[in-house]
Design a protein around this ligand. Structure first.
Ligand SMILES: *Cc1c(COP(=O)(O)O)cnc(C)c1O
Length: 441
């Protein structure tokens, strides 16, 4: 079990997160429940920004990739920590702006930004828009002109490094809906296109090579290729980028198949990136660009757990045992989507040794509705409390009301005390937008 700083087993044999006893949390807030450790989130944000400040003379900004977990409290924490955010929809932008997040520290992504999303971003005067299509560049230029402004933009580039958890491949012409490839000249052509726009100010380039990556060298390789591209653009057009955004993607611990990296250990990823950028820029005679990075998963993933109560138990002799919980694919669809692996702990008897291998099933009307199939747990009974670990990223943000289940509430723990950051839904919430046409009344 991952017992480092945010999680531990207390004297009562209960799992604790950020100093709060999970049994107390379940009693007070009910299950299913997302629980986040505020200290962990802040430490990760600070670690990344400190690394840029100390090793890159402060010439850069951490952007929390808010798609990992977006709610008002997260933007407020990021704002307090002095970092920026990236958003990928009008909804995320709205949430950030609604709590007074500084617009100049917001960057907008997306391969198909809708007209209203572009309008809201331009009207809010956000710091940057990462352009990912000719049609988008044309529309943004026109829309900026209508407003009498010049919008800072980056171009999303595909450097030809595709990373997977523990390996990476270099691909010549990646097939992706994101970005313009360097290798086939598409990125250069798009750069020339954007440079001609009077109401777009091209600041530089962005890349994001994948997610849940542990292989440092894949980040270094991408940084090298991006610097080489900046040089190629300067040679061909005279334009020298002053901003380089290297995306996110740092891996986290889900099971013991993954590395366990302590907070301070993530400094190494950023140091490697910074080292590569400095080295390449010096070698190529480029001025050091303003550096942006966009970690999402690594900031909130391990900061969060999900608490469930065990309900029905079904043992199919010789096949497997199912523990059904009060959540499922509606609060965590990642097993269904990617067969993602998790670690679970029997939170009310966390000191007991694992006795059996079980599947944890959700309550949805869907055979594939599982949290996973190979958890090692003590013998659980109805009413026991299960904690699924490392659910802070891409769980709440991917949740749905499938089967008209409630999206669970989220609480934030600080100094052992929890308070809501997302309150529980009600039946009234579920029917709020339902309309009964007159002829059906
Ligand atoms: C998803 C995404 C991120 C964050 O990735 P993590 O793996 O969560 O760090 C950053 N930038 C872009 C463009 C993304 O799509």
């Amino acid at each position: 079990m991952n017992t480092r700083d945010t999680l531990k087993v207390n004297a009562a044999g209960h799992l604790e997160i950020g100093g709060a006893d999970c049994c107390d949390l379940a009693r007070e807030f009910k299950t299913p429940l997302y629980v986040f450790d505020e200290a962990y989130i802040r430490r990760m944000m600070r670690l990344y920004q400190d690394t840029i400040n100390e090793e890159y003379e402060g010439r850069g900004l951490v952007l929390y990739a808010s798609k990992a977990f977006s709610c008002k409290a997260m933007y407020l924490i990021a704002k307090e920590e002095g970092i920026g955010v990236d958003v990928v929809s009008g909804g995320e932008l709205y949430t950030a702006l609604s709590v007074g997040f500084p617009a100049e520290k917001i960057y907008l992504h997306g391969n198909n930004k809708l007209p209203y999303e572009r309008a809201e971003a331009l009207d809010a005067r956000i710091g940057g828009i990462i352009v990912d299509a000719y049609t988008e560049a044309d529309a943004l230029d026109r829309e900026a002109e209508e407003r009498g402004i010049v919008q800072d933009v980056l171009i999303r580039v595909n450097p030809g490094v595709e990373a997977h958890t523990h390996a990476y491949v270099q691909t010549a012409t990646p097939d992706s809906k994101f970005g313009f490839s360097v290798s086939d000249g598409a990125a250069m052509a798009m750069t020339k296109h954007v440079l001609e726009k009077k109401h777009l100010r091209l600041r530089g380039f962005h890349c994001h090579i994948g997610s849940q990556i542990f292989e440092k060298h894949s980040f270094v390789l991408a940084a090298e290729k991006m610097c080489a591209f900046i040089e190629a653009v300067r040679k061909e057009t005279g334009f020298e980028a002053d901003t380089l955004n290297l995306g996110g993607g740092f891996g986290i611990w889900y099971t013991d198949e993954d590395a366990k990296i302590p907070v301070e250990g993530y400094r190494g990823y950023l140091s490697a990136l910074i080292g590569a950028v400095k080295r390449e820029c010096n070698a190529r005679g480029l001025k050091l660009p303003f550096l942006l990075i966009e970690p999402g998963r690594s900031i909130v993933g391990e900061a969060g757990i999900t608490l469930y109560t065990v309900g029905a138990i079904k043992e199919i002799p010789g096949i497997r045992k199912y523990l059904a919980v009060d959540g499922g694919m509606f609060d965590n669809p990642r097993y269904c989507l990617y067969q993602s692996k998790y670690t679970a702990v029997l939170a009310n008897r966390a000191a007991e040794e694992p006795r059996e291998r079980v599947a944890i099933a959700g309550k949805c009307c869907e055979s594939g509705d599982l949290i996973g199939v190979d958890f090692n747990l003590p013998r659980a009974k109805e009413g026991d409390l299960i904690a699924v670990l490392s659910t802070g990223a891409y769980n709440y943000s991917m949740a749905s009301n499938y089967n008209r289940n409630f999206i669970p509430a989220a609480v934030l723990v600080k100094d052992g005390k929890a308070r809501y950051i997302v309150k529980p839904q009600t039946y009234e919430d579920l029917v709020r937008n339902d309309v009964v046409p007159d002829d059906l009344k």
